[in-house]
Structure formats: C-alpha cells, structure tokens
Ligand binder design. Structure first.
Ligand code: HSE
Length: 374
C-alpha cells in the first residue's frame, strides 16, 4: 500500500481535500500518515478503522519514509522542508497546494482534465513534484477548455472578481466581521424603512474609514468595497496574480494545446469562496455563437453552461449558486460589438474545490494508480 503523508490537512484547503477524499473513498487505496506542525503526539483522524497519532511535520526522518507527501501547509513550510528532504536523496513524490515550486522546471502544475498528457510525460521523465495551479488560472482553463481544445483562442482577457477565501481563512472571517460592523453601525436606521438613505450611506462610509474598523488582514475595507490588487506589486504595473495568468496557463497547456495570451486585472470582492471572472476572448476564426456554446458546454464534465438570459444568469451564474459544488459555471456568452471574432463570457467556480483541493486529490490518485500498476 502506498504510504501518503498529509501536512496541513486541518487548514481550509486541507479540510476540503479531506472531505473530497472521504466522499470518493480515496483512503481505501492508500496508507495515510498524518503530520502536524503544532500538535505532535495527539490523535489524528480515524481512517479505515485505524487510529493514528500525529507525527512531527518537521521530522525529515519521518517524512523520508513516505512514498508521497501532500502538503496544504503553505509556502513557508515548503520553503523550509522541501530542500532538506531533497538533500537526503528522498525519491518520493511531493504534492503541494502552495505556489512556491510552481514555476520550477522540476515541477509540473497538475490540472489533469487539461494536462493529463503532460502529467504522463513528466512522470515518465522522473518528475516528482506536482503543484496545484493558481485558482483563477485552473478555473478559467476548465471553463474554456472546449475552445482551447479546438485551438480557437488567440487571446483572453480575464477580469477577476475573487472571493475572500483566496486570501485565507482569517480573511473570510474578517470579511464577515466587517459586514457586521457596517450593519451594526446603522442598525437603528435600518429598522425604519423611511430613514434617509444618504445619511445611512454617510454613516457606513465613516464606519469604514474609522480607525477601529477591523481590517488587520486585508489592510483596507472589503465589505461594501472592493480591492483592485491581489498579491505582490511586481513594480511594472502588474500584480503577481495577473502575471500568473499568462505564465501558469501556458505552463499547463504546454504539451497538450497551443499557447494563448492571457492578461487582465485581478480584483478582490466580498464573495466568500467562489471566484468569478469576466472574460473577453478573441477567437482566431469566425465561429457562430451557437458553435461556441456547443464547444464550451462539451469542454469537460464539470462545465455547467448557463444560457445567456437574465433569469438564468442571476440564478445560476454566481458564487452563491456555485459554492460547494464542482461545477464550473459559464454563461453570458455573446458576440461583443467591438471588433470581429470577439466574445464575452462570465465564469464562476469554487476556489477551494477546483481552484485548490480537487486538482491535488486527483494527482494523488493518478500517482497512486501509477505506483500500484507497476
Ligand atoms: N491567489 C489566489 C487569491 C488564491 O488570492 O485569490 C489561490 O490561488
């Protein structure tokens, strides 16, 4: 049985991964070992009727006994432990949710519905580091896979509406706390439906700007507001999140599909866990909208095509409609009155499922199947 070590399995992405693994009975085919950075020696989860004790996530000796390590612990852990483990000559597989190793030549970004071919090639070549992609990149590629398959895209501009979860669990809490503080500041006014809405708005703005407003994590208000910058400032006008769009997309597409140009602005909004993206797609040949709809709908089994009507869009194409599901909703597809062969689309996907945990769960399964078929 393949011995798989789990690190960071109690965090947000790790917990979603565990839920998905239970749902899919993935634990039947592996021998799990659970690690902790803070509660070594305490009880781990009971899997397959077996109790477990948490091992030290910094013990290179314990880690090096494993066939596969799956880390959802974050970039700092990867930076600390991965090089030490490599130095021991460990030849197991490392699967990581953090972005640290993503662009390394020795690592493959795993998104198997798109790049199963690259995964097989890399495995044969002896690649042993597998990293989940940036959430917006994975969600966008899955949404437009039908067009990518036909090599129909010249470029895509993705303007994102990213949920709080992408910034972390504490940020999700902070968003809700901010919402509560705003609402509480106008509680009495809200009881009276005739109260002056401009006075309410003024009070909300002054609450947002008050030094006591909770914003330790986001550093600025998100509730009732938005944040037009995600991740580091690269100094050339681009955010790191925007830079990832082009480089990660094409690293994923390499071997399987033609490259595409990707660029756009990334914006944080007050949604909880599903990322949305407004896409402008330049097609490289004239294609009817009916054909585009047909191709997008059949891109992969998770695409949920939403017809371009008001009712269907507001009901089905939103974070509230998609969160907690593996659906990759895509709609608002129409020809734009700009230049020819330019279309719009709007897509929404759960940042914690296809945006984070699901590609990791699936690459783990692929590696286990490969190991067990030897
Ligand atoms: N960088 C993403 C975000 C998170 O901030 O929303 C996951 O890739």
């Amino acid at each position: 049985m393949t011995r798989v070590g789990f690190i960071g399995w109690r965090g947000m992405v790790g917990s979603v991964l565990m839920q998905r693994m239970y749902q899919e009975s993935d634990f039947k085919n592996l021998d799990p070992v659970f690690f902790s950075t803070s509660q070594v020696g305490q009880n781990g989860p009971n899997i397959n009727g077996q109790n477990s004790t948490l091992l030290d996530a910094y013990s290179i000796k314990d880690l090096s006994q494993l066939d596969i390590i799956l880390s959802c612990q974050g970039g700092a852990y990867t930076e600390n432990v991965y090089p030490k483990l490599q130095e021991t000559g460990w030849d197991g597989h490392w699967i990581d949710a953090a972005s640290t190793l993503r662009m390394s030549d020795d690592a493959l970004i795993a998104l198997d519905p798109i790049n199963r071919k690259s995964i097989d090639i890399a495995y044969e070549k002896g690649i042993k580091t597998w990293v989940g992609g940036n959430c917006t990149v994975s969600l966008m590629l899955l949404a437009i896979q039908g067009l990518i398959k036909e090599n129909l895209i010249q470029w895509v501009s993705s303007m994102t509406y990213q949920a709080a979860s992408g910034a972390g669990a504490q940020n999700m809490r902070e968003l809700l706390i901010q919402m509560g503080e705003l609402s509480n500041s106008v509680k009495s006014e809200l009881v009276d439906s005739q109260s002056d809405i401009l006075a309410v708005d003024k009070k909300i703005l002054s609450t947002m700007h008050s030094p006591s407003f909770s914003q330790k994590n986001f550093t600025v208000p998100l509730a009732g507001n938005l944040i037009p910058w995600i991740d580091q400032d690269l100094g050339d006008g681009k955010s790191k999140e925007e830079w990832k769009g082009q480089v990660e997309s094409n690293k994923i597409l390499k071997d399987t599909y033609s490259s595409i140009k990707v660029d756009g602005l990334c914006v944080r909004i007050g949604a909880m866990r599903s990322h949305s993206q407004a896409l402008t797609i330049k097609l490289n040949k004239t294609t009817s909208i009916e054909k585009v709809n047909e191709l997008i709908s059949s891109g992969n089994e998770w695409v949920k095509f939403i017809s371009n009507s008001k009712q269907s869009s507001i009901e089905n194409l939103s974070p509230a409609a998609v969160s907690g599901k593996l659906d990759i909703a895509i709609g608002r597809i129409r020809e734009l009155d700009l230049e020819e062969n330019t279309i719009s689309a709007f897509t929404v996907g759960d940042q914690l499922l296809w945006g984070a945990a699901e590609p990791l769960r699936r690459i783990l399964k692929i590696l286990i199947n490969k190991a067990q078929s030897l």
